[in-house]
Write a protein that binds this ligand. Structure first.
Ligand SMILES: [Cu+2]
Length: 270
């Protein structure tokens, strides 16, 4: 038995070293375009690094037991095991300690970072409804409205433009059920709740567009009915000067009563 414990211990250490190497070097993270995104990816990395030893312990003990203690000829019922106090208490203490570490960081530290700076260069209002987004730039009198056409034809929807290097405040609400406003490239997401305005601050760092990567899109992230996956629209992040040009273009279009009104007529009449 002692030999088994030593062997399992060695296998566990080996599997953990390999696992830690993989999760700390493997780049599974899609393009990111916000300061907050760095922190969120780092939080996922931390979670994986703490999960590796626990996961490997369970898997190594299980596989070793299946291999070493399997019934070879005739199956017989072994001695019953009632409890192992040291192991039970040890397991509880170690896993609780790991959870406590996570509650503090990235939990509390990350939450404080996301909430610590309520200033913004630009304000954007977002109203969700089954199944479209209504986006308004109140400082510029520009508004956009998506239609529920989904991922395959996402390019037919108006584009949500954001300026790189600026801090943006999103004020989010809903006209009907709970939705969730999510831009994967920013890694940030906030629920859209009817009767409540939720806020989300994001510091945009990089330019990018939907053509480059599908993470540059708005996506509803709270199941809200049959049209839920179709609540999507492309995002483009522009240099500030290009963003100003984009705004002027939108203002001109709106002044001409052009595309926007046409789009609303084609919409579902919301
Ligand atoms: Cu939804």
């Amino acid at each position: 038995m002692r030999r088994d414990v030593v062997l399992v211990g060695l296998l566990w250490v080996l599997a953990t070293l390999v696992g830690e190497y993989v999760v700390s070097t493997l780049d599974i993270y899609p393009p990111k375009a916000a300061l907050e995104a760095e922190h969120i990816d780092q939080a996922i990395r931390t979670l994986l690094m703490l999960a590796v030893p626990v996961f490997n312990f369970v898997v190594v003990v299980m596989l070793y037991s299946i291999w070493r203690f399997r019934a070879r000829d005739e199956a017989e019922v072994g001695e019953p095991i009632y409890t192992h106090r040291t192991f039970t208490v040890g397991w509880l203490v170690v896993t609780s300690a790991l959870a406590a570490v996570l509650f503090y960081n990235p939990g509390y530290v990350g939450w404080k970072f996301l909430k610590s700076n309520p200033t913004a260069d630009l304000e954007i209002q977002v109203t969700a409804a089954q199944w479209h987004w209504h986006i308004t730039y109140p400082d510029y009198g520009v508004s956009l409205k998506s239609r529920p056409i989904g991922f395959a034809r996402i390019e037919e929807n108006p584009v949500l433009a954001l300026p790189a290097g600026k801090r943006v405040k999103f004020e989010v609400t809903s006209d009907d059920v709970i939705h969730s406003f999510w831009i994967p490239a920013l890694r940030m997401k906030v629920d859209a709740v009817p009767g409540v305005v939720t806020t989300m601050y994001v510091t945009i760092t990089e330019t990018g567009s939907y053509e480059e990567d599908a993470v540059f899109r708005v996506q509803c992230a709270e199941l809200c009915g049959t049209g839920h996956p179709r609540m999507t629209m492309p995002v483009v992040i522009l240099e500030p000067e290009e963003f100003e040009d984009w705004i002027k273009q939108q203002q001109m279009q709106e002044a001409m009563g052009g595309s926007m009104e046409g789009m609303e007529k084609q919409g579902d009449g919301h």
